[in-house]
Unconditional design. Structure first.
Lengths: 160, 404
């Protein structure tokens, strides 16, 4: 049941417990209780809104940075990851397999701001060996949503 | 075009065609198309676009030069895949070489089936409400359509008891379409078995349009052909349009006794030649790798179905819970309006399009068809608008009653 509720909420955080209950044929109070429990347990972390900032006329600069680090005895990558993700400029951090270790998404209001953050804060951290910065030029699809979807509803308005 | 004085094209038209009534929703369609800001629940096809991997398979086939005719029956690979699918899904065993043919949508398959088996004057049993094309196709083939009404009291299922009343010595074929458009009704096993009993008793054939077979919300899909003794008497018609969201591709198929199929392929080869190869390539991909797509779409339809039924009931409309397809068929009797008036006034006042029930036969009077092949956001907004409309009509009616 949790999986079904989460699938719906992941698509649309505005759904009420009542709507979810109707769609899944479950009692309302049970759905409400599950949602509250999942919020409590931090299964649900936040109700998120996906925004096309470019369209909102408030464009931010973002970069994906490949970071190579030296893992530390006992704590591996976790400690250095923690030192990186605590910066508010950092929006996400993933540990990666392959030719580098951490993938860091940094957001700022200008190219210079992001570049400065990388060169002064990120690259200078102890255990960081190297960084490669890739600026994001255009967002086509994010979190499963295509930004400028060409697939409009092309059906005839009434059909038997 | 310059038309010579005195030339009357109409006089040349075959009366059988001339006398066919035009589609009942044509005028309503124009009205909807000319209204701005409409949310349409009047669409009889999925709101999903064909899954990308299926479209991509077609693109790749074009790149490899698949642009030619295929066998009249369809490509051997696709027929084999259809046979494997029917076996796996319904436990039906057909020889792909002699018992399966790919058609231009299920519509062509229905036409071929009826043209192949109807002699002039043969009676064709058609349970209504139903999809709009069975009656005209039967008529064009020289048959006499005999309507068997299904009712809300029977959950819009066809019952053997009712069916038997309409059987005469001239009855030759029964057309079945369950899960049903427009009602969403399905036939339970016991009902199907009782109908099969009549088919044997009166030596009938069945054309079973199972285009909505995959869209079921109460358990496994069932084929009428899988009932004991029914495979040889059933011309099974299906296709890819609804289950795989592939309406525009026009790919359907028919599975039948080899003699029926051999007869049908004669008409098909002279009139159609073959289904387009592009659609056949896409359909093959759908059968090979599309199971997950069906599951995803059915889960989504199911959630919308529950939402819409619940909203309609809250408005005060009596609404039978559909078990298949993607339509609900609520009664609008409480509003005191005819189905046509309801649809027209709802469109004008709240800009929501639904299809009046009588478009699907006389038994549809007092009902409207709402398709839930629309996004959740659209459905919610459409239900909000409809709720306002129905509330106004109910108050009107109560006032009138109080004064009367």
């Amino acid at each position: 049941m949790r999986k079904k509720i989460l699938d719906l909420l992941e698509q649309n955080g505005k759904l009420t417990a009542r709507e979810i209950a109707v769609m899944l044929a479950l009692p309302v109070d049970q759905v409400a209780k599950e949602i509250a429990a999942m919020e409590q347990e931090k299964v649900i972390l936040r109700y998120h809104t996906l925004i096309n900032w470019e369209k909102a006329g408030d464009e931010e600069v973002a970069a994906l940075i490949d970071v190579k680090v030296t893992p530390q005895r006992d704590v591996g990558f976790d400690e250095i990851a923690g030192r990186i993700y605590r910066y508010p400029e950092v929006k996400s951090v993933f540990l990666m397999s392959g030719s580098y270790d951490l993938s860091v998404l940094v957001q700022g209001s200008s190219l210079k701001e992001v570049a400065t953050f990388v060169s002064q804060k990120l690259a200078t951290l102890e255990h960081v060996q190297s960084t490669v910065t890739h600026f994001i030029l255009k967002r086509y699809k994010q979190d499963g949503v295509i930004f400028e979807d060409q697939e409009a509803d092309r059906r005839q308005v009434v059909q038997p | 075009m310059t038309i010579t004085y005195g030339f009357e094209a109409g006089r040349f038209i075959n009366p059988a065609v001339k006398d066919l009534p035009p589609s009942g929703i044509r005028r309503f369609f124009d009205l909807v198309a000319s209204t701005k800001g409409v949310i349409s629940l009047g669409v009889g096809e999925p709101d999903f676009v064909t899954p990308w991997h299926i479209r991509d398979a077609c693109v790749q086939s074009l790149e490899r030069g698949y642009t030619m005719y295929t066998s009249n029956y369809g490509t051997p690979e696709l027929r084999r895949a259809i046979a494997a699918y029917l076996e796996e899904r319904f436990g039906l065993s057909y020889n792909p070489a002699t018992q399966i043919m790919v058609t231009i949508g299920a519509s062509e398959a229905v036409d071929l089936a009826l043209r192949t088996i109807i002699n002039p004057g043969d009676e064709v049993l058609i349970p209504e409400p139903c999809y709009v094309s069975y009656r005209p196709i039967a008529q064009l083939a020289g048959g006499v359509p005999v309507t068997v009404p299904t009712t809300l009291d029977d959950a819009f299922a066809l019952t053997a008891a009712r069916l038997e009343k309409y059987i005469t010595p001239r009855t030759k074929v029964l057309v079945l379409c369950f899960p049903n458009n427009p009602t969403g009704a399905v036939l339970q096993d016991a009902e199907m078995q009782a109908i099969a009993g009549l088919v044997r008793k009166y030596n009938l054939l069945v054309v079973s349009d199972e285009i909505y077979a995959e869209l079921r919300y109460d358990g496994q899909p069932r084929s009428f052909a899988s009932l004991p003794g029914m495979q040889e008497r059933t011309i099974l018609v299906s296709g890819f349009s609804k289950a795989f969201a592939m309406t525009g591709w026009r790919v359907g198929y028919v599975a039948a006794h080899p003699d029926f199929l051999a007869a049908m392929v004669k008409i098909h080869q002279y009139t159609i030649l073959c289904a387009p190869v592009m659609g056949q390539m896409a359909a093959l991909e759908a059968l090979h790798h599309g199971r997950q797509d069906i599951e995803r779409m059915v889960a989504e339809y199911d959630r919308r179905r529950r939402l819409v039924v619940s909203r309609l009931r809250e408005m005060g409309l009596e609404c039978f819970e559909p078990r298949g397809a993607f339509y609900v068929f609520p009664s609008i009797e409480a509003t005191g309006l005819t189905a046509a008036a309801f649809a027209e006034e709802l469109l004008q006042e709240e800009r929501v399009a639904v299809v009046p029930g009588p478009a699907f036969g006389d038994a549809g009077e007092g009902f409207i068809r709402c398709s839930y092949a629309a996004s959740l956001a659209e459905l919610t907004e459409a239900m909000n608008r409809m709720e306002r409309f129905v509330a106004r009509r109910l108050t009107c009616k109560h006032r009138a009653l109080a004064h009367g």
